[in-house]
Write a protein that binds this ligand. Sequence first.
Ligand code: AMP
Length: 216
Amino acid sequence: MRIILLGPPGAGKGTQAKTLAERLNVAHISTGDILRQNVKDGTALGRQAKDFMERGALVPDELMSKMLSDRFSQPDIEKGFILDGYPRSLAQAKTLEEIFKQRNTDVDMVVYLDSSDKVIIQRLTGRLVCSGCGANFHITNMPPKEKGICDKCGKPLFQRTDDKEETIKKRLDVYKQEVSGLIKHYQDKKKLYSLDADGEAGVVLEEIIALTKKMA
Ligand code: AMP
């Protein structure tokens, strides 16, 4: 199964993508995670991307295209994938289609996780991320058993530098400028499935799984 998850920051793409990839035994590709790892490792890509990410702006397309093309050349893609965080614009959707063409593959469905601004801001300002395994928690919605420590791997949790209210608003603005074009693009291709993602993560997950079963 090859799935793109679309939706605003905070719609739960990362949480859903991780669990879905495990359940469906496919690769999880999160462009945000790959970029954060590059920033942490101090690679050339990380150094170029860091400032854009901290401002809540998009990392330039040339950098993203190269990064994505490299990721899609890895063998684990063959079993299928959940793509989370890409495309974020029509131009990126076209780049992705080029990559698919070169690899003789395509996407089976695009799931749009629709979420309201109020829920997004509440989710993101309280989000905690594990420094070890990348699992997500929330100060009130999904607190870890022990404060500041990951339930899954025991490593410390941190708040992302771009999860401040000001930067969240900027990320939402950037997202809204681009999303309608993307939605129309995938609607025209008859690939788009929209879900209300304001509800509980487990419920949304089961809805996505039900969609994949319909497709199979
Ligand atoms: P995310 O974890 O998906 O919220 O992404 C965090 C940040 O990484 C974004 O605010 C952007 O700065 C950058 N980023 C992630 N994916 C993309 C993309 N497809 N295009 C451009 N920038 C991206």
